[in-house]
Design a protein around this ligand. Structure first.
Ligand code: DP6
Length: 362
């Protein structure tokens, strides 16, 4: 996208530090399947979360050994971390034409998550979006002026090149990524705030995340996405995502929580259905994932309370419910579901407003 390739920078900076904290997000209509360069095969929509965040501080200074190579160190929760470097190096290479200054500085990247390490919660969305925002803060110091709108758009665009779902973590509270005929401004390159009417029923929505299995995923998202190439059901799945997003538009407008739950749960099970029917096939749900799902269905049938679930590419269960019924539903979670969590761990989250800048001393 030419729009994001900078002309020569007008200013020079020596060194400094910038920081952002950026949230995770939970997709209602899922992104599963991509093509080069990190473009989605179907549109997706997500709630931006609030409590699950990554905080990243990026120090930049002159390189000790000038030249064309990338120069950076990563610290995770205060300790030097080599494991994250290849992913970040790949990200820098992918965005180089849009941020040529990545080869001009040495970076010290300090990062930490507000959610427990190895909780099985995907940190790529919050992590990559925080990194993209830091890079945009540096870029904004290299130019005379930058519009806020451009800053956010390009941050989302860069974040996408790090991890697709990360482009939905810059702003709140409902974000669409991927072109959809009925959603104005939607496109495959960056996330946009959902532009249409949303009923107050969906304000302050809760997401309690049950940590069913904190182990490393057996199959990475990237491998999973790639298995959609040549998948026998891929074409219909991509069409279905378009249709589900159209249906969701009406549901969001009317405040139809029952309709909302139907689409959200069907999307979650379809995502896992795609994994179970790919070649090679795999299952990321655990026995306790299914126990929780059945408990939620029983409770909903018995009480009529509007509680539903969704899943990411893992065993953890996101339980979504509206503010109005939150007290009774949270009580149910504590009484009947927490026992299925690994070490009884869960996270109380809710819909959030997006990333925010950190004050940092250089
Ligand atoms: C199941 O964004 O983690 O969470 O683009 O390869 O980094 P990469 O994948 P990633 O995929 C997330 C998939 C999902 C559904 C979703 O968030 O829409």
């Amino acid at each position: 996208m030419k729009e994001f390739i900078p002309s020569a920078y007008s200013k020079q900076v020596e060194s400094g530090a910038v920081g952002w904290q950026s949230p995770s997000n939970i997709a209602l209509v899922k992104y599963w399947g991509k093509r080069d360069p990190q473009l989605p095969e179907n549109p997706s929509i997500s709630f931006t979360l609030d409590a699950c965040r990554t905080k990243t501080i990026m120090h930049y200074s002159p390189k000790i050994y000038p030249g064309n190579s990338l120069s950076f160190d990563v610290y995770f929760e205060g300790e030097k971390n080599e494991a994250f470097k290849p992913k970040i190096a790949k990200f820098f290479e992918r965005i180089e034409q849009y941020c040529p200054f990545v080869r001009d500085f040495h970076f010290k990247i300090e990062t930490e998550n507000t959610f427990p390490h190895s909780s099985g919660i995907a940190s790529s969305a919050s992590g990559m979006s925080a990194l993209a925002l830091c890079l945009m803060s540096i870029e904004s110091e290299l130019v005379d002026s930058m519009q806020d709108d451009f800053f956010k758009k390009k941050a989302s665009f860069l974040a996408r090149l790090g991890s697709g779902s990360a482009c939905r973590s810059i702003e709140g509270d409902l974000i669409v990524w991927g072109e959809h005929d009925n959603i104005k401004g939607s496109n495959d390159f960056y996330g946009i705030q959902y532009p249409d009417e949303v009923h107050p029923n969906f304000k302050n929505y809760h997401d309690t995340i049950l940590l069913i299995d904190k182990g490393e995923k057996q199959v990475s998202s990237t491998v999973g996405h790639n298995l959609m190439h040549g998948h026998p059901f891929a074409k219909n799945r991509f069409l279905q995502a378009h249709e589900n997003l159209s249906k969701l538009q009406a549901v969001l407008k009317e405040g139809d929580i029952e309709g909302f739950i139907k689409i959200m749960e069907s999307e979650a099970l379809t995502l896992h259905g795609m994994m179970m029917t790919s070649s090679p096939y795999f299952i990321l749900m655990k026995p306790n994932t299914l126990k929780v799902i059945n408990k939620i269905w029983n409770f909903r049938n018995e009480t009529g309370l509007p509680v539903g679930f969704t899943l990411d590419a893992g065993a953890n269960v996101h339980i979504l419910y509206p503010e109005n019924d939150s007290v009774r539903i949270f009580q149910f979670i504590k009484d009947q579901l927490v026992e299925y969590c690994q070490n009884g761990h869960y996270i109380c989250d809710r819909i959030g407003k997006g990333a925010s800048q950190l004050k940092v001393k250089s």
